[in-house]
Design a binder for this molecule. Structure first.
Ligand code: ZN
Length: 340
């Protein structure tokens, strides 16, 4: 089979011909229909500081967002059979730690990540633990099913802040920002505004959902996030220190901040004025809840409350990976899909 692998530390990746893997007792073998490039893949591809310290399996096949068809099952697999169409949950829980036993398996103490700590899905076939293979309703098309994993981050962000009736500011109109904004509107936010320094991404956000947009290069945050638009909730998806620093002073007292973007290092914040005196609540989120976020997300899509198709801006073949990564890296594309 064809696979895109990271063969050594450093920038880039390599197309390889590999044997089709054989599923272990608790695994299924997927024929990958569509995979999607995540920000994490960009970090690993360019091999930045985060990637160098993330314990990435090398050599290993990249990729973790995908939809595929089950073509073989291990002997202990009971919930899936050949022909089932599944999306993959990246978080591989151990199933027996304190967090797994208390409904928080998505942040398992022994968490492994599909496509980072194991071989991933930028390939014609991939093996996945049964526990991470989510059967998808036939009403959800393949392209949408390929991005349920990142969409789930946005839905989880909206769930976390209980955004019904709230005014929300989303920082960043990359995939997670647009998915968060879409989820907030679908779940009953009063209003959502979204920022990005790329106007093309703000246009995509407007095609997906009913938001107001602002470009912090040309408009001051204080002009946007004030008066009637003072946010009850800020969802941060950029991982950019300055974006967070500029937005936090505008958070309403008693407000909530959901942090989803990954920061490269320490972040300097004025905790006295921006958190303590406001009695603000800060949340970090990692991935999605297993499986309440997936249940909610599938309901929203099936009831036409989430329209994320405009965010799937590019679709290339796996062999065109260099071009695909360039499009995703430049910000020209929002979500870039690959077909093996
Ligand atoms: Zn666990």
């Amino acid at each position: 089979m064809l696979a895109l692998a990271k063969v050594s530390p450093g920038p880039g990746a390599t197309i390889q011909h590999r044997e089709i893997p054989i599923p272990k007792d608790n695994e299924v073998l997927l024929s990958i229909k569509i995979a999607a490039i995540c920000g994490t893949d960009l970090h690993i591809y360019s091999w930045n500081h985060w990637a160098a310290t993330a314990n990435v399996q090398i050599p290993g096949i990249m990729g973790h967002e995908c939809v595929g068809e089950v073509v073989d099952v291990g002997k202990n697999v009971t919930s899936l059979t050949k022909g089932d169409r599944v999306s993959v949950e990246t978080h591989i829980p151990c199933g027996h730690c304190h967090l797994c036993l208390n409904g928080k398996s998505h942040i398992c103490e022994n968490l492994q990540l599909f496509g980072l700590h194991t071989n991933g899905c930028f390939a014609e076939y991939a093996t996945v633990p049964e526990i991470c293979a989510r059967k998808i309703p036939s009403s959800i098309p393949d392209e949408i099913a390929s991005v349920l994993e990142p969409l789930g981050v946005g839905v989880h962000a909206a769930q976390k802040a209980d955004i019904k009736g709230k005014r929300v500011a989303v920082l960043g109109a990359g995939p997670i920002g647009i998915f968060s904004a879409s989820a907030c509107m679908a779940l009953g936010a009063e209003s959502v505004s979204i920022s990005d320094i790329q106007t093309s991404r703000l246009k995509v956000a407007l095609e997906c959902t009913e938001v107001t947009t602002w470009n912090p290069i040309s408009v001051k945050s204080s002009d946007v996030l004030s008066g009637h638009n003072t946010p009850d909730v800020i969802i941060e998806t950029t991982g950019n220190e300055r974006a967070l620093q500029e937005a936090l002073p505008h958070l309403r007292k008693g407000g909530q901040v959901v942090l989803a973007g990954l920061f490269a290092g320490n972040v300097a914040l004025n905790l006295s004025s921006d958190l303590i005196f406001k009695e603000a609540t800060f949340y970090g989120i990692h991935g999605r809840r297993m499986w309440s976020t997936w249940d909610l997300m599938e309901d929203l899509i099936s009831n036409n409350k989430l329209n994320i198709k405009p965010a799937l801006t590019h679709h290339l073949s796996l062999e065109d990976y260099a071009k695909a990564f360039q499009i995703a890296h430049s910000g020209e594309g929002v979500k870039v899909l690959l077909t093996p």
